[in-house]
Design a protein around this ligand. Structure first.
Ligand SMILES: Nc1nc2c(ncn2[C@@H]2O[C@H](COP(=O)(O)O)[C@@H](O)[C@H]2O)c(=O)[nH]1
Length: 346
């Protein structure tokens, strides 16, 4: 079977399914793995939330401009945490600091930097990518297609020369180094403001938009997280739910079918419109509970803007649903958000 679904295929949105079925027909496309956060992508012929393999060609534009995008964490044991994060005193300062941490910022959309907590740890989690260097590489890929295969989305594998791969790696390395910079600077904020004691926090990184050039094939990951060895990866769930930390079970046979990849997010269970309807159907006490948990996200009228509501937990699938359809994942931890910074594009 060419396509393996790690999600209930009957729940995949119609336009995503149609583009996937058309993509499957292409002879040059090998094995495909579909994850629970699959959704339609208007700019490309294949939805987001998918990994696929090729042997003779590569599709350089498939991951979009933000190649190298991924999620990193810095994990701090609870024993080193001195006190709860004081949002009233430090939210704005933290937000300002995150804005200035790097030259190119987090980027817009769902990119974020968050302090999240589990029973045993605080986590600094960042979701960001390669910014301008990714755009440069995208333009370079457009030029290659224009020159060698105009009107098509693929290039023969011979064009992925050692020099090309080095340049591609440079973009991935840059994105990873930006994530490292963000989390260590956020850690420094926590140290300076006496939230944590100095220690040796554990760093882990993962990437969900990339082409992996292997000896005999190319794995394309378009919004699906690369699993490496027994390394932990973050699956961000939502701004009000937090994140799931998982690692691959290397003995599970389905890991190969999943092309050593997994979901890079929770996947929506409600459309944006239905999410807003759901919010309006909640009781006042339920809405107030959200207002008390996230006062920093309220607007001047004391309400959440619709762009924020559309990102709340009820919009997305939960961790149980994600683990049920990706049996090769081992649950390591699960977090709840303390404070999240978003929308710092430049
Ligand atoms: N922990 C958080 N998770 C979040 C937040 N905003 C979005 N999300 C989840 O991340 C994925 C990935 O986003 P994408 O734009 O690359 O698809 C998204 O699907 C949600 O599940 C957040 O603020 N905190």
């Amino acid at each position: 079977m060419k396509t393996v679904y790690f999600t209930d295929s009957s729940g995949v949105e119609q336009n995503a399914l149609l583009s996937l079925l058309a993509f499957e027909e292409k002879e040059s496309i090998g094995q495909i793995a579909v994850f629970p956060d699959i959704h339609y992508c208007s700019e490309r012929s294949i939805p987001v939330g998918v990994a696929f393999q090729t042997t003779d060609v590569f599709l350089p534009l498939v991951t979009g401009k933000d190649m190298g995008c991924g999620v990193a964490y810095l994990r701090i044991p609870r024993q080193q945490v001195l006190r709860p994060f004081d949002k009233a005193r430090h939210y704005r300062a933290f937000e300002r600091e995150v804005h200035g941490m790097t030259d190119e910022g987090l980027g817009g959309g769902n990119h974020f930097l968050a302090l999240e907590a589990s029973d045993d740890y605080w986590y600094i989690i960042v979701h960001t990518g390669s910014r301008n260097l990714g755009i440069y590489m995208y333009q370079h890929n457009c030029e290659l297609l224009q020159q060698y295969n105009p009107g098509h989305d693929w290039l023969p594998l011979e064009l992925a020369t050692p020099e090309y791969r080095r340049e591609y790696d440079r973009v991935l390395t840059y994105a990873a180094s930006r994530r490292r910079e963000f989390v260590y600077k956020a850690y420094d904020f926590l140290l300076r403001n006496r939230y944590v004691l100095p220690g040796e926090p554990v760093f882990a990184d993962s990437c969900h938009n990339l082409l992996e050039f292997k000896a005999d094939s190319v794995i394309h990951r378009k919004g699906s997280t690369q699993l490496l060895g027994e390394g932990e990866v973050v699956i961000p769930l939502s701004m009000s739910r937090g994140s799931l930390i998982v690692k691959p079970n290397r003995w599970d046979a389905s890991l190969e079918q999943a092309l050593w990849s997994c979901a890079h997010g929770a996947g929506r269970q409600h459309s944006r419109t239905d999410t807003l309807k759901h919010w309006h159907s909640l009781k006042k006490a339920e809405k107030d509970a959200y207002r008390q948990r996230f006062p920093e996200l309220l607007n001047r009228q004391g309400d959440f803007d619709s762009s924020i509501l559309q990102e709340f937990d009820f919009a997305y699938k939960d961790s149980t649903a994600l683990l049920a359809t990706q049996p090769y994942l081992i649950r390591c931890d699960e977090t709840q958000p303390i404070v999240t910074v978003k929308f710092t594009g430049i």
